[in-house]
Design a protein around this ligand. Structure first.
Ligand code: AMP
Length: 395
């Protein structure tokens, strides 16, 4: 990575503002954190700064309060979790850059951390408002961005503030860029990408960018059917973006010219309704009967994909291969998650749903890299510059 990281600067005794991605899922009833992967992922950076005597000022957004103070989206549960992981009380400011935050910063000791309240309680955050960026900068000497999950957004705390302070990346951003960038740009071959999810429109740029890098792309999930329709097959009532048929045709042509194999599921588990206990049957993906919609890849497809993956040396996976929220149509996605955990290859998984499948199966520690960024990892894979990374100081 060509950006400076916390290892490239002296943080001793400095007030360091660290933008993390503590946007964790909360239980609607109890308000408790249901998955703290993002908090855990931020710890190495925070611990490094504490060990090097910095005064650490943490900040993040949580949910979508839309510029209003909402008690249910307070970072209080995050402060409690951080206190547990760091072994001392991480105090939560009552505001972002107001009296409470300023007082906590003024009293902050070296080697200790505090947390500012949800930055999206102020509408100026998402507007990337210059005054708000300056106010954030005014309470610190150095800015560290470690919020990979929000790095595709140009907001005050993810990008704007970098104009006013020396700005560097934390370890999480460094690792994400290494894994999604360097490792996939110089892959061990064969390099296989697996792309699933609902829509072609969301993934088309990723496919195009990957065509210059991969040997094979396995396509699953809802977007399969737009491609199959583009090839002239019967897809019954399966999800299909009719306005993307031409783009799908172009992509098929581009893949052919690039010498990249696009592999579609040979068979499909289709259903007569979009629900978990619908009547289902396995049919060839090229001939889905009228009144039925494809909701998962079939057993033959699982076998074929497994064989391809067993020979791969690098695998990147983004998006579920079926409607995995319905247990009866989660088999394909779960099977692929398991295969990824068993093969001897560099495996990189991004996107909320595929990450959930990996976690649900208990495979996280058998995957080379599980990305913390859904939208951010997709935009990165599209080859787009991420504002939260672009804004940092070059090496
Ligand atoms: P994405 O956010 O694009 O990764 O898409 C994830 C969503 O795609 C999940 O909610 C899945 O239920 C949905 N999905 C996957 N396969 C299908 C399918 N065959 N038909 C309809 N939706 C699907």
């Amino acid at each position: 990575m060509n950006k400076k990281t916390i290892k490239d600067i002296d943080v001793n005794g400095k007030r360091v503002l660290v933008r993390c991605d503590f946007n964790v899922p909360l239980d609607k009833e109890t308000g408790k954190i249901t998955n703290d992967l993002r908090i855990k992922a931020a710890i190495p950076t925070i611990q490094y700064l504490l060990d090097h005597n910095a005064k650490v000022i943490l900040c993040s957004h949580l949910g979508k309060p839309k510029g209003e103070v909402k008690k249910s989206l307070s970072l209080k549960p995050v402060a409690e979790k951080l206190s547990e992981y760091l072994g001392f009380e991480v105090k939560l400011a009552k505001d972002i850059v107001g009296e409470s935050a300023k007082e906590l910063v003024a009293n902050l000791e070296e080697g200790k951390a505090i947390l500012l309240e949800n930055v999206r309680f102020d509408a100026r955050e998402e507007e990337n408002n210059t005054e708000f960026s300056k106010e954030l900068a005014s309470i610190a000497d150095i800015y560290v961005n470690d919020a990979f999950g929000t790095a595709h957004r140009a907001h005050s705390s993810t990008a704007g503030v970098a104009e006013f302070l020396p700005s560097v990346a934390g370890f999480l951003i460094e690792k994400e860029v290494q894994m999604l960038g360097d490792k996939l740009n110089n892959p061990q071959r064969p390099f296989v990408a697996i792309l699933g999810g609902a829509k072609v429109s969301d993934k088309i740029k990723v496919i195009e960018n990957l065509l210059t890098k991969v040997d094979t792309i396995i396509i699953g999930g809802g977007m399969t059917y737009t491609f199959l329709k583009a090839m002239g097959y019967e897809i019954g009532n399966s999800i299909c973006e009719l306005d993307r048929i031409d783009i799908a045709k172009e992509t098929l042509e581009k893949a052919k010219n690039a010498g990249v194999k696009l592999v579609f599921p040979k068979d499909t588990v289709c259903a007569d309704e979009f629900k978990n206990d619908a009547n289902q049957k396995v049919v060839p993906s090229t001939n889905i009967p009228e009144g039925y919609q494809g909701l998962d890849i079939g057993p033959e497809a699982i076998l074929e994909f497994t064989e391809i993956l067993k020979n791969a040396k690098t695998v990147m996976w983004n998006g579920p291969l079926g409607v995995f929220e319905f247990e009866n149509f989660a088999k394909g996605t779960n099977a692929i998650a398991k295969v990824l955990s068993e093969i001897n290859a560099v495996t990189v998984v991004g996107g909320g749903d595929s990450v959930s499948a990996i976690e649900k199966g208990g495979f996280s520690n058998k995957i080379t890299h599980v990305s913390t960024g859904g939208g951010a990892s997709l935009e990165f894979l599209e080859g787009k510059p991420l504002p939260g990374i672009e804004c940092l100081d070059n090496k």
